[in-house]
Design a protein around this ligand. Structure first.
Ligand code: B12
Length: 211
């Protein structure tokens, strides 16, 4: 972990983190660099959580801080984003699952890289995904999944997209705590990960190959 900002996030010192973001952004530092340092802090929060050193309240507080950081950086992020988005993404947590901390983190990172992100939220009906894909024509569709009862809704969405003749137009990604090779196969996805940065790298590589 590199700096004061990452440390403020790890220590859940909201005021210090937001003040550092504001002052560094004012001095002209790249919003991507600032966000990267926040991500490093979030990784450590996640590790502490895994080890049982942090609890749910700490995890949610760190996610809130990241949300506020992203809001502060949004005007700067808008300036560094390419005029034409690198690619489009539809993302959501499907029916029966309301977990969204990881989805929001991944969405913020991929957006910061210049992707146009259409976040459908949580507990999303498969029909809503199909409707949005028709409307947006994305390069990627991303599902976030944390509970096993969410598998069937993802499979249903994937099959509905196939039936509508839309499936070949985008890469289907699945991420979240219980994403796995098995889940990827079950829902007919192209990619799975339990790491947001790996997801971003996959998007950058896939879009690079397209252009
Ligand atoms: C936080 C949490 C909650 C919070 C959710 C808050 C929120 N706004 O998200 C609350 C308290 C609401 C909650 C509720 C419940 N939860 Co809960 N919850 C968790 C917990 C503790 C952490 C999950 C989390 O946020 N992790 C941190 C994030 C950052 O990690 P992540 O999601 O994996 O995301 C990373 C990557 O996967 C990736 N990523 C995520 N999404 C995507 C998408 C794409 C496209 C890509 C590329 C990458 C990507 O990016 C992130 C950063 O690298 C887990 C336990 C655990 N250790 O995982 C249980 C857990 C997921 N919950 C569980 C359960 C059962 C529930 C409840 C049913 C509990 C209950 N009995 O009421 C309800 C669910 C209600 C529902 N219908 O969804 C179980 C699921 C078991 C299972 N396998 O089915 C778990 C595993 C706990 C357990 N051990 O039993 N929960």
């Amino acid at each position: 972990m590199s700096g004061e900002l990452a440390l403020a996030i790890v220590e859940l010192d909201r005021d210090k983190a937001l003040n550092l973001v504001k002052s560094r952004s004012k001095k002209g530092e790249s919003p991507l660099q600032i966000l990267e340092e926040c991500r490093q802090g979030m990784v450590i929060v996640g590790e502490r959580f895994q080890k049982g050193e942090y609890f749910l309240a700490e995890l949610m507080l760190s996610a809130e801080i990241l949300k506020e950081v992203t809001a502060i950086l949004e005007p700067q992020l808008a300036k560094v984003r390419p005029p034409k988005p690198l690619g489009k993404m539809v993302i959501g947590t499907l029916r029966g699952d309301i977990h969204d901390l990881g989805k929001n983190l991944f969405a913020a990172l991929v957006k910061a890289q210049g992707f146009e992100v259409h976040d459908l939220g949580v507990d999303v009906d498969p029909a809503v995904v199909v409707q949005k894909v028709k409307e947006v024509k994305p390069d990627f569709v991303g599902f976030s999944v944390l509970i096993s009862s969410g598998f069937d809704a993802m499979k249903e969405a994937s099959e509905m997209l196939e039936e509508a003749g839309l499936r070949k137009q985008f890469k289907l990604m699945v991420g979240g705590g219980i994403a796995s090779e098995m889940v990827k196969k079950y829902i007919g996805a192209d990619f799975f990960t339990t790491d947001a940065m790996e997801g971003v790298t996959y998007c950058m590589k896939s879009i690079g190959g397209k252009r």
